[in-house]
Ligand binder design. Sequence first.
Ligand code: HEM
Length: 405
Amino acid sequence: MPATLDPADPAFARDPYPYYAGLRTKGAATRVALANGTHAWLVTGYETARAVLADPRFSNVPLVGAGRPRADSPARRARACLARHMLNQDAPGHLRLRRLVTGAFSPRRVDALRPRIEELADGLVAQVTRQLADGGTADLVDAFAFPLPVLVIADVLGVPEADRTQLREWTYRVGSPADALPPGAVEEAWGQLHAYFTELIAAKRRRPGDDLFSALVPGLDGDELVAMAFLLLFAGYETTMNLLASAALLLLTHPAERAAACAGGPLDWAAVTEETLRHASPLEGATWRRTTQPVDLGGGVVLPERASVLVVLAAANRDPQCFAEPDGFRPARYAGEGRGPAPHLAFGHGPHMCPGARLARLEAAIALPRLFAALPPDVALAGPADSLPYRPGLLVRGPRTVPVR
Ligand code: HEM
């Protein structure tokens, strides 16, 4: 086990699980040195992860928002503004925003997106099959897993079509460790995103649309709207992109599970989605928490006040105490009658639990069966699965490409 954890290390990004399994044997939380010179307490066991996510002694307010403002450049100011979203807030401010979002993302409103998602998925799948015709290759991330959620969230936000690829790039940058990109690239992207959303919201106020985001406009002030648009984009598309990409990759590398899903019905596809969420959790870590007082996690582990804490959802979802054969991809564990496994934590737990889970599941339920029904039966990965590049960082995890032919 390395003395220092480097989240930008490609080998770690591809397969962080052995490292997390090692940490899990050491206790409820382990203090780890990170490559950027800071330290963090990593929580890798299921029970402690649930407990921490529901414990109000862990704050979501980041230092930049909680301490002295350090907004000494336009990019810093932009970042501080975008970062003031609900996932970075504690009760009671968080509750007010949360109520607005859960109202806007009601089951009725989300389910009403079905015909549009079906239309988008059909168009993308047709494009994939065209690319594969006559022996060509297709990248299932570029042609399918990326565009679907970005088009859906762009619909939700009312973002014009021409701007969507640019948004993807900025979002990718602000979610990457600063040392994984050219100097200044992350800061610059914060500024660009801020300027973009400020303009989008001004246009929305002038001419309200029929998008779901417009339902939030009356309840929020200008800065809150900009931060909310950013959060929905960041939380809503990259996670779902990784869910779709990982599900496709897992099915391509597990022929028996693929055959069972293709021969089955909606419940079997739902099981594929749940098992992918558990096995390849798109949000590797929950967002950073900080202790507001010393916290005794048991077993002699006491976190000091102001400790940075990362609940590693991906690791909790492979805790052998809760999941038999945790490293295996077994959709059947979610398809059986009666007692299933413990609920996975891919959508989090406690007050910040994902309000977009229904939308993410709907996208997967529509898109995955369509994709696999259309792919030729002999379609295969165009390269070895264990050399695919993965996104660097501790927050978001998924393959950057899934090339097939
Ligand atoms: C597979 C897809 C998704 C996964 C795995 C996922 C996962 C998560 C997780 C783990 C959290 C809690 C993070 C924490 O406690 O630090 C969260 C929060 C959130 N998610 Fe998702 N999410 C997904 C899709 C979506 C979608 C489609 C939307 C909306 C369009 C969305 C909107 C949000 C929002 C607004 C929050 C913040 C909630 C709060 O602070 O109360 N997510 N998500």
